[in-house]
Write a protein that binds this ligand. Structure first.
Ligand SMILES: NC(=O)c1ccc[n+]([C@@H]2O[C@H](COP(=O)([O-])OP(=O)(O)OC[C@H]3O[C@@H](n4cnc5c(N)ncnc54)[C@H](O)[C@@H]3O)[C@@H](O)[C@H]2O)c1
Length: 262
């Protein structure tokens, strides 16, 4: 009985191992790093925005008193991940979590797709997940409760004419997560995809207000989400609170995907 009660003590900050957060300079990645640090987990922020990621890490250490390090990394560069992993291991010590938030959403339609932007998009959103897990596989396996969260999108399900590369890459993320979950599960490592709906971050760009006019009334909760509302779910999926969830796609969209409103 006592053991059963112990199992229900909140475990949002456990395991207490370090977490690598890509896309950590902005939006959902930044909010996720802050959410994890708020429950005491050390974080390594990776981002192509060198200045932004250093500032974000310094602010986390200052505000929350938790070890945080910032690294300039281009996640679409296959050579960049292994050296960044070495530096991260030195800075954090133990690593028991990865969140892959780095992303771009180029508007191309069909005409604008080139071999170069196609390869770059798939590399950034999908291939980087495999490379991150390869780089930290031994760390994750050594630490009980380790988990990975990969950001997909409701655009993996919608047919959006403007962003074919992004849509394909986000669909790939969901399939990849399911495939990786089998092998990783054998080492006690969980991996899940998180698909946000419309979240108010810089990725929405200049089309933000137009999209709000078009979409907000179709979302059951009647508004765009905030980065922190995704970050809290990332933190949950990385924690022992989610100890039996793997290979799943968790949609966090205020009811947009199920909506039949016009
Ligand atoms: N905001 C939304 O509505 C929404 C919806 C669904 C999915 N998502 C996904 O959530 C993730 C986070 O997006 P966000 O909304 O926080 O956007 P954001 O633009 O605020 O943050 C993305 C971050 O990724 C970084 N980045 C871009 N290319 C990179 C590269 N090659 N290497 C390393 N870092 C790179 C950027 O510098 C930026 O800091 C993305 O994968 C995005 O596709 C966002």
């Amino acid at each position: 009985m006592a053991e059963a009660i112990d199992a229900l003590v909140p475990q949002l900050g456990l395991p207490a191992t370090g977490v690598v957060v890509t896309g950590g300079a902005s939006g959902i990645g930044l909010a996720s790093a802050r959410a994890l640090a708020a429950v005491g987990r050390p974080v390594a922020l990776w981002d192509i925005n060198a200045e932004g990621v250093m500032q974000a890490a310094a602010a986390i250490t200052r505000d929350l008193g938790v070890v945080a390090t910032g690294l300039a990394v281009d996640l679409s560069d296959p050579q960049a991940i292994a050296p960044a992993a070495l530096k991260t291991r030195e800075a954090l010590g133990s690593i028991g979590g990865i969140v892959h938030c780095a992303g771009t959403s180029p508007v191309t339609g069909i005409e604008g797709v080139t071999p170069e932007n196609w390869d770059a998009g798939l590399a950034l959103h999908a291939r980087a997940i495999v490379q991150l897990v390869q780089a930290f596989r031994e760390d994750l396996a050594a630490n009980p409760g380790s988990a990975v969260v990969a950001l997909s999108s409701i655009n993996a399900h919608f047919g959006n004419a403007m962003i074919p590369i992004y849509s394909a890459a986000k669909g790939a993320v969901i399939s990849l997560v399911r495939s990786m979950a089998d092998e990783l599960g054998q080492h006690g490592i969980r991996i899940n995809a998180l698909s946000p709906g419309m979240i108010d971050t810089p990725i929405l760009g200049e089309a933000r207000d137009m999209m709000e006019q078009l979409f907000a009334r179709r979302i059951f909760l009647g508004r765009f989400g905030e980065a922190e509302e995704i970050a809290r779910v990332v933190r949950f999926l990385l924690s022992n609170e989610a100890s039996y969830i793997t290979a799943e796609e968790l949609v966090v969209d205020g009811g947009f995907l199920h909506s039949q409103r016009h």
